[in-house]
Write a protein that binds this ligand. Structure first.
Ligand code: BEZ
Length: 229
């Protein structure tokens, strides 16, 4: 436990905590749900909240792109699955989406607590019962169940689904090709040769690589070699 009675915060490289939960698509065991896929888990503090409503519609519309990359989406909101059901109807009506992925019912905030999604910084940021928000996190989890990305958003600021997809592309492409991706990279842009790759090996792997500085070596990587292909 951490200093204020919360679990130790999760970090990049932590194993995603396992849990059993009710979802809008039936009960799940989270590790079984992950299986051999990538997972994007994203959370909401409350159903029928305006910013979150727009976000869920956007994730639903982009789901085919995530699925193409072997990524399963799963939402969480700190309400019951019965409440989620009515909210999903609104989301689909407003966004023109057809939301199919599960949304966890986390009324007791057990998963939110286990994943350290609660806001500590702003003591006024609480619901009508005084329970801390925000529960507006995004976790990108790989098939080994390792947490690869953690994002945490304020209530005021809608997420960017294209950015979440871009992070998935960077991680999957990096894993496959021993590269990292520079600022504002999108699939098709030049990438950075991973620092662990020596120049001799880089010549073989990336015949067109350039040494800009000894610590910064770039190479073209066509979009069809990335996970966005
Ligand atoms: C929302 O607009 O989605 C929102 C409002 C208050 C707290 C958290 C989220």
């Amino acid at each position: 436990m951490g200093s204020v009675g919360r679990p130790e915060p999760l970090r990049l490289g932590s194993i995603a905590p396992n849990f059993d939960a009710e979802t809008t698509n039936g009960p799940i065991n989270f590790h079984e749900f992950i299986g051999d896929k990538w997972v994007v888990l994203f959370s909401h503090p409350e159903d029928y909240t305006p910013v979150c409503t727009t976000e869920l519609g956007a994730f639903a519309k982009l789901e085919p792109e995530f699925a193409r990359r072997g990524v399963k989406l799963i939402g969480l909101s700190a309400n019951t699955i019965e409440s989620h059901g009515g909210w999903i109807k609104d989301i689909n009506e407003i966004s023109g989406s057809d939301l199919k992925f599960p949304i966890i019912g986390d009324k007791q905030r057990q998963v939110a607590l286990a994943y350290d999604m609660l806001d500590q910084q702003d003591a006024t940021n609480v619901d009508s019962k005084g329970i801390a928000f925000t529960i507006r996190s995004v976790f990108v989890i790989d098939p080994k169940k390792t947490i690869r990305t953690i994002l945490s958003y304020p209530a005021s600021t809608g997420r960017n689904t294209a950015e979440v997809l871009r992070i998935v592309d960077s991680l999957q492409t990096g894993d496959k090709h021993k590269v990292t991706t520079p600022i504002n990279w999108v699939p098709g842009d030049d990438v950075i040769v991973h620092p662990s790759v020596k120049n001799e090996q880089a010549k073989e792997l990336f015949p067109d690589f350039k040494i800009i500085k000894p610590y910064l070596r770039t190479t073209p990587l066509p979009k069809d070699k990335t996970s966005a292909a």
